[in-house]
Design a protein around this ligand. Structure first.
Ligand SMILES: C[S@@+](CC[C@H](N)C(=O)[O-])C[C@H]1O[C@@H](n2cnc3c(N)ncnc32)[C@H](O)[C@@H]1O
Length: 431
C-alpha cells in the first residue's frame, strides 16, 4: 500500500504548492506561464520571492513523480525506449523553419503551410510528412490545431521566432548533437575510457579528428549557433554573475590580485571589480582572444585595476597573485587535462595562495529537486558527448587536487543559494 500512500501524499503536495503559487500570482496581479500564443513564456516569480519560487520547482518534481507512478514501470520503460524520437519533430521544425511560415495571428491550413515551407526550403516535403511532424510536435505543445487541419502558434513555437538564443539552442541540440548522441556508445567502444577531446562521439559522427572547439571553429554557422545556444543556457537564472559576485567572500582577500584564468573578455572580473575596489584583476585567455580584432575593452573606471592578458593555462603560470580564479573551465576538460592545468599553476603559488573554482559540483543523488538533478545529470552527459569531460562531485574535486599535487588542500565546496554552479576553494600549503 506504500505506493497508494505515496500517490496521496504527492497529490496533497501538488495541491498545496499550486495554492502557494496561485495565491502569490493573484495577489500580485500576475498570470501563470501559459502555452496560449499570448501567454507568458515563463513564470513571473523572481528567485528573491523564495517561497513561491521554490514551490514551483517542488510542483514540477511532484507532478513528474505522480505522472511516472500513473504510467507505471512497464509502460514507462516502453515509452522511454522510443523517447529517442521525441526531438525528431523539433529538429524538423527547426531545420525547415516552420515557425516562420505559420502566421503570428490566426491559423493556416496544412496545405497552405506546406506550400510556404516548401518554398522557404526549395524542397518538396509533402503535406502528410509535414502534418505528422507537426502533430507530433503538438504533443510537446509546439504549435496547435484549434480547428481540424488548421495550424496556429503556441507560446512555445512562437519562441523559436522571437528568441534567437533559444532558437539556436533548439537547433544545436536537436540538429548538431543528433548524430553525436547516437555515437556515444560507439565512441566508448572505439576508445575505451578515453580522456582525449579528439576521441569523442563528435569525431565519429562527423568523421573528423579535431577536438570539439577546433572542429566548430571550422564552420562559422555552427560556431555562431553554438555560441548563441550557450548564451541561452548561460542566460538562465542560475548562471547570473550576481552569484559569483555575492557568492564568494571576495572582501576577505584584502588588497589582492586575482588572476582570472580563461577569463574570456573579462566580464566576470569586471563585475567583481566594480564591487570590490581593493582587488586587482589579471584576466588571462588564449592569444586568439587577444588579437586587435578580438580583444575586449576594459571599462574606463576599471582600467587601472583590470588587465586583459594572454596566457595558455597548460603552460607554467608566471603571474604572482594571492588568488587564481577559474570559472567554467574545468568542466570542459577530462581529469587528465584538469590535473595538467592545476600542475601548471604550481610555479606561481606561495603558501596560502588560493585557487577559487566556480564550476559545477554534482549533488549526491536524490538530495536536490528533480529539475535541478535532471539538468545537472544531462549537462554531465553532454560534457562526455562533445569533449570527453564531465561534471564532478565534491569528492571528485578533492581527488583531482590531490592527484595534481598533495600540497593543495581543498578548504570547502559550497553552492550559493539559487546558483546553478558551486565554489570550490583550495589553498596551497607548500612554500
Ligand atoms: C567556458 S569559457 C569560460 C569563460 C569565463 N571564465 C566565464 O566564466 O564565462 C572557457 C574559456 O577558456 C578559454 N580557454 C580555453 N583554453 C584555454 C587555454 N589553454 N588557456 C587559456 N584560456 C583558455 C576560452 O577561450 C574561454 O574564454
Amino acid at each position: 500500500m506504500a505506493s497508494v500512500q505515496r500517490m496521496s501524499a504527492l497529490a496533497k503536495e501538488i495541491s498545496e504548492k499550486t495554492t502557494i503559487i496561485t495565491e502569490y500570482l493573484t495577489s500580485n496581479g500576475l498570470d501563470a506561464a501559459s502555452f496560449d500564443v499570448n501567454g507568458l513564456a515563463e513564470f513571473p516569480i523572481p528567485p528573491e520571492d523564495e517561497v513561491p519560487f521554490k514551490a514551483r520547482l517542488d510542483l514540477a518534481g511532484a507532478t513528474k513523480e505522480l505522472f511516472d507512478i500513473s504510467v507505471g514501470p512497464k509502460q514507462g520503460l516502453r515509452d522511454l525506449g522510443w523517447e529517442c524520437t521525441n526531438t525528431l519533430s523539433l529538429q524538423a521544425i527547426w531545420e525547415f523553419r516552420v515557425a516562420e511560415a505559420v502566421p503570428l495571428e490566426g491559423t493556416i491550413s496544412y496545405e497552405d503551410l506546406t506550400g510556404k515551407v516548401e518554398a522557404l526550403n526549395n524542397l518538396p516535403i509533402g503535406v502528410l510528412n509535414l502534418r505528422r511532424l507537426l502533430r507530433h510536435a503538438m504533443t510537446n505543445r509546439i504549435f496547435c490545431e484549434p480547428v481540424k487541419n488548421q495550424v496556429g502558434h503556441t507560446r512555445t513555437s512562437q519562441l523559436l521566432l522571437e528568441n534567437e538564443p533559444l532558437n539556436n539552442w533548439a537547433g544545436f541540440m536537436s540538429h548538431d548533437l543528433w548524430l553525436p548522441l547516437a555515437n556515444v556508445v560507439n565512441a566508448m567502444r572505439k576508445w575505451p575510457a578515453s580522456d582525449e577531446p579528439s576521441e569523442t562521439s563528435v569525431n565519429i559522427a562527423y568523421s573528423q579528428s579535431l577536438p570539439w572547439f577546433d572542429f566548430i571553429q571550422q564552420d562559422q554557422e555552427l560556431a555562431k549557433r553554438y555560441n548563441l545556444a550557450m548564451k541561452s543556457h548561460g542566460g538562465s537564472s542560475g548562471y547570473s554573475i550576481e552569484y559569483v559576485v555575492k557568492g564568494y567572500p571576495w572582501a576577505d582577500l584584502g588588497d589582492a590580485t586575482v588572476v582570472d584564468m580563461g577569463g574570456n573578455q573579462g566580464y566576470v572580473s569586471f563585475a567583481i571589480a566594480e564591487e570590490f575596489p581593493n582587488l586587482r584583476f589579471v584576466v588571462q585567455d588564449q592569444a586568439g582572444m587577444r588579437t586587435t580584432e578580438t580583444v575586449g575593452t576594459v571599462p574606463e573606471q576599471l582600467a587601472d585595476r583590470v588587465k586583459l592578458t594572454t596566457h595558455d593555462f597548460f603552460t607554467p603560470q608566471t603571474e604572482a597573485a594571492e588568488c587564481y580564479f577559474l570559472r567554467m573551465i574545468f568542466h570542459g576538460f577530462s581529469d587528465k587535462y584538469c590535473v595538467k592545468i592545476m600542475q601548471a599553476l604550481v610555479p606561481a603559488l606561495r603558501k596560502g595562495s588560493r585557487v577559487v573554482i566556480n564550476d559545477g559540483a554534482l549533488p549526491e543523488p536524490g538530495t536536490v529537486g528533480y529539475l535541478e538533478e535532471r539538468s545537472m545529470r544531462t549537462l554531465d552527459l553532454l560534457m562526455q558527448v562533445t569533449v570527453n569531460a564531465r561534471e564532478r562531485e565534491v569528492d571528485d574535486w578533492t581527488e583531482l587536487f590531490a592527484r595534481a599535487d598533495q600540497r593543495y588542500k581543498v578548504r570547502r565546496v559550497w553552492k550559493p543559494e539559487r546558483s546553478a554552479i558551486s565554489f570550490i576553494e583550495a589553498e596551497w600549503t607548500g612554500e
